[in-house]
Design a protein around this ligand. Structure first.
Ligand code: 3PG
Length: 409
């Protein structure tokens, strides 16, 4: 178990500063409701119902990008999910924010403006340096406690993530606790039977790094998506190349070629590759082709085929634990969802310990009406999940642990 304090350790009637991760897809300037709101709502509701004064920090997008917006819309969605009012102030630590914080009553909730609109937030620096910023020095004295619930942003050394826990008693929120436990399970838990990892998605570079790092923890890898095609390419099939407008394969191939070849060489027995692939037929229908029949890549493949799914299912049924990182096809298009949904269905039918990670893959669960209850954990983390899988430290988690240590001393 992690060595951090949790909400169970929080003193009554506290003024609590809570860091959430509400970073969401933005469409026409509006945040799209997603699992992050629902999950964080539990932490926020628990704090408000306990009578704490609850002030929330969160970020959205990155400066210069289209998704870099105010959090006004986020406050509305969150209020809906929490079932209580969530006030919003378009300021983070200026006079307006300070007045709104001061006016808060027990059980009330206030969301401050996008932390990344503050100059002090972003440049990555040590907790000590971040604790010295005006942002942290202005807000911290107004609170009794800091709660970090933003596991999915814990790989960032930003002021709101590592600065406050240095100067305030610090606690993990409920999302932080459950994400931490599930996402580190692959590295920390002992399983009696085989451990399987489903590897796909478009960010092949990330997942190939995960495969390499988890080499001795995983008994078999079931591949699809871009990484799957790149491994097929390494195995001598003429796929995993860019065709037409595509630019998904060649660059990632060049970058990872040596690693792919060495992983294949050393763990070939543990790696299952697709035996057939799906593509868009001449009339727009789904068509499939055995990999052995592909003479030259002329089309983009968009999913693994039915034979591959049938091949992967028994491996999942025999597993004691299954971790999913990345979709096996372009599931957003119903015609190419069979691979991803087939594998998720197989996992849902077993009693094995299962973690589905990465925002994209977990979206398939919603889209195709699978029940989240059939998985041990559906993660809301992207980059942090990858780092947890590769055993890289998460600075914001380390800072929480250090804060707990200081309190014990
Ligand atoms: C995420 O959405 O994965 C986190 O909020 C981190 O966002 P970032 O990659 O912009 O730091």
């Amino acid at each position: 178990m992690p060595a951090f304090n949790t909400l169970d350790d929080l003193s009554a009637d506290s003024r609590v500063l809570v860091r959430l991760d509400l970073n969401s897809p933005i469409e026409d300037g509006t945040p799209q409701d997603n699992r992050r709101f629902e999950r964080h709502a539990e932490t926020v509701r628990e704090l408000a119902e306990a009578g704490h004064r609850v002030v929330l920090l969160a970020h959205q997008g990155r400066p210069g990008r289209d998704d870099f917006t105010s959090l006004g819309g986020h406050a509305e969605i969150l209020a809906d999910r929490v079932g209580r009012d969530v006030g919003f102030v378009a300021d983070t630590y200026g006079d307006e924010a300070l007045e709104a914080i001061d006016a808060l009553d027990a059980g009330e909730i206030l969301l401050l403006e996008n932390t990344r609109m503050c100059d002090d937030e972003l440049p990555e620096a040590s907790p000590e340096e971040k604790a010295e910023t005006e942002f942290v020095r202005t807000l911290a004295p107004l609170f009794d406690a800091y709660v970090n619930d933003a596991y999915s942003a814990a790989h960032r050394k930003h002021a709101s993530l590592v600065g406050f826990p240095l100067v305030l008693p610090a606690y993990a929120g409920r999302v932080m606790e459950t994400e931490y436990e599930a996402n580190t399970a692959i590295a920390t838990r002992e399983f009696d039977g085989p451990v399987t990892m489903v590897v796909g998605g478009t960010k092949a570079t990330d997942v190939i790094g995960v495969m390499d790092a988890l080499d001795d923890r995983v008994d078999r890898f079931l591949l699809g998506g871009v990484a799957g095609e790149l491994f097929l390419r390494a195995a001598g099939h003429p796929v995993g190349r860019d065709v037409g407008e595509m630019d998904l394969f060649d660059e990632q191939w060049e970058r990872n070629r040596e690693l792919i070849e060495s992983v294949l060489d050393e763990r070939g027995d543990a790696i299952r590759l697709a035996s057939d692939l799906a593509y868009e037929g001449p009339d727009g229908e789904r068509a499939e082709v055995p990999v052995d029949d592909i003479g030259e890549k002329e089309t983009g493949y968009l999913d693994v085929g039915a034979t591959t799914v049938a091949d992967y299912e028994p491996a999942i049924r025999e597993s004691d634990a299954v971790f999913v990182k990345g979709a096996l096809g372009v599931f957003e298009d119903e015609r190419f969802a069979d691979g991803t949904v087939g594998v998720l269905d197989a996992i849902a039918e077993t009693n094995c310990f299962s973690v589905v990670g990465g925002g994209d893959t977990s979206r398939a669960i919603e889209m195709y009406g699978l029940s989240e209850a059939n998985f041990s954990h559906v993660s809301i983390a992207g980059g942090a999940y990858i780092r947890a899988l590769t055993g890289e430290p998460l600075p914001a988690v380390e800072t929480l642990e250090a804060a707990a240590e200081r309190r014990r001393d």
